[in-house]
Design a protein around this ligand. Structure first.
Ligand code: PMV
Length: 333
C-alpha cells in the first residue's frame, strides 16, 4: 500500500516584487497538481524517484547518492528529503520512506512547483504514520523544506498549496484566505525559460537603491493595484481585473523584470482578445497569464503556442492538499 498525496501549484495575480517591499500580493491556487506516492522503508533512507524528470537517488541523512542522473540533482531533491525528515522528526518517529514524485507543475517558472512538492511530501509522510496533522502543521513543515530551495520564501506558496483557493499576503498582516464565489479561467503562457527569483529580486533592489524616490511611487502604485485587484476578483469583475493586470504588467516592465518573450506573449494575448495580460512571478523568463472570455481562450492559446511557448488553460481551485491510501503507485496517472 502507498499513500498518494497531491497539492496544487499557484500563480501570482497581483503584487510580485512589490510584496517584497511590504505591499499586498494576491495569489491563486491552480488546478495543476504535484503528486507524491509514499511507502515506508525498513531502513532510514529517504529514496526519491523523480524518474519522469530523469533522476532518482536516495539520501542518507543529508548526503545524496544518485541512482539515475547526475549527483548535483540532489540539490533539487534536498527539499523533499528535508520535508520528509522534518515531518518524521516532528512526529517523533524514526524511519525511512520511498517517495515517487510526479508533477504537472512546470519547474522554476513561477508556478509554485517546489512548494507544492514539499507540501505533498509532508502530507504523504504524515499520513503514512497515521498522524492526522492539521493543515497548519503541514504548511509549516513544508515551509522548512522550501527554505532549502528559496532561502527566504514569503510563506505564500506553501500556504496556497496547502489550503488552495485565493490568498492575499502582506508582510505586516501575513496571510488572509478569501472565498471566491465564481471560478475564473486563466491562460498561462510559459516561455520555458527558467530563471532565478533571487536574482530578479536583487536586480529590483539595486534599481531601487539607485532611484529611491521614483521606485517608491511605482511600488506604491503596484500595492494599490493589488488592493483594487483583490476587490475586483471578489466581485468577479473580469473587465476590471483585466485592466489591472495590464497596469500591473506595465509597472513590472518599468522595473525591468519583463523580457522580450514575455512582452510578445502579453501583446499577442491582448491582440487575440485577452481582457488583460501580465507576467506572473519573478519575471526574467517563466510565465505570463492572460484573462479572457470563453470564446477567445482557444485563439489566445494557439497564439501563445505559435510563439514557441507552452500554453495551459487553468482553473482556480479550492482543493488544497489531499492524501489517501492506494493499492499501487500511479494507478490513475
Ligand atoms: O516566481 P516566484 O513564484 O518565485 O515568485 C516570486 C515573487 C517575488 O515577489 C518576486 C519574490 C517574493 O519572494 O515574493
Amino acid at each position: 500500500m502507498y499513500v498518494e498525496a497531491s497539492a496544487p501549484g499557484k500563480m501570482i495575480l497581483f503584487g510580485e516584487h512589490s510584496v517584497v517591499y511590504g505591499k499586498p500580493a494576491v495569489v491563486l491556487a491552480i488546478d495543476r497538481r504535484a503528486k507524491v506516492y509514499a511507502e515506508k522503508r525498513t531502513d532510514k533512507k529517504v529514496f526519491i524517484d523523480a524518474d519522469n524528470l530523469g533522476f532518482s537517488g536516495y539520501f542518507e541523512g543529508d548526503e545524496y547518492h544518485a541512482v539515475r542522473g547526475k549527483a548535483w540533482r540532489g540539490r533539487n531533491l534536498a527539499a523533499l528529503n528535508v520535508s520528509a525528515r522534518k515531518t518524521m522528526e516532528y512526529l517523533g518517529v524514526e524511519g525511512g520512506v520511498n517517495l515517487k514524485v510526479r508533477s504537472m507543475i512546470p519547474i522554476a517558472v513561477g508556478l509554485g512547483s517546489s512548494a507544492a512538492i514539499c507540501v505533498t511530501t509532508v502530507s504523504a509522510v504524515e499520513r503514512l504514520f497515521d498522524a492526522g496533522l492539521k493543515n497548519e502543521e503541514i504548511s509549516k513543515l513544508a515551509f522548512e523544506g522550501e527554505t532549502i530551495i528559496h532561502g527566504k520564501p514569503s510563506g505564500v506558496d506553501n500556504n496556497v498549496s496547502t489550503y488552495g483557493g485565493v490568498l492575499s499576503y502582506d508582510k505586516e498582516n501575513g496571510i488572509k484566505r478569501h472565498k471566491l464565489e465564481k471560478n475564473i479561467p486563466f491562460i498561462i503562457g510559459n516561455t520555458k525559460k527558467k530563471r532565478s527569483t533571487k536574482k530578479m529580486v536583487e536586480n529590483v533592489a539595486a534599481l531601487r537603491e539607485r532611484n529611491p524616490v521614483e521606485m517608491e511611487k511605482i511600488l506604491n502604485s503596484m500595492g494599490l493595484i493589488a488592493e483594487s485587484g483583490l476587490d475586483a476578483l471578489m466581485k468577479a469583475n473580469i473587465n476590471r481585473i483585466g485592466d489591472l493586470m495590464d497596469l500591473n504588467h506595465g509597472l513590472l516592465s518599468a522595473i525591468g523584470v519583463s523580457t522580450m518573450k514575455l512582452e510578445i506573449l502579453c501583446h499577442t494575448s491582448r491582440n487575440n482578445g485577452a481582457l488583460g495580460a501580465k507576467l506572473t512571478g519573478a519575471g526574467g523568463g517563466g510565465c505570463m497569464i492572460a484573462l479572457a472570455e470563453e470564446p477567445d481562450i482557444p485563439n489566445i492559446e494557439r497564439a501563445i503556442r505559435r510563439r514557441k511557448s507552452e500554453s495551459y488553460r487553468v482553473s482556480l481551485t479550492d482543493k488544497g492538499v489531499e492524501s489517501k491510501w492506494v493499492e499501487e503507485a500511479y494507478a490513475d496517472s
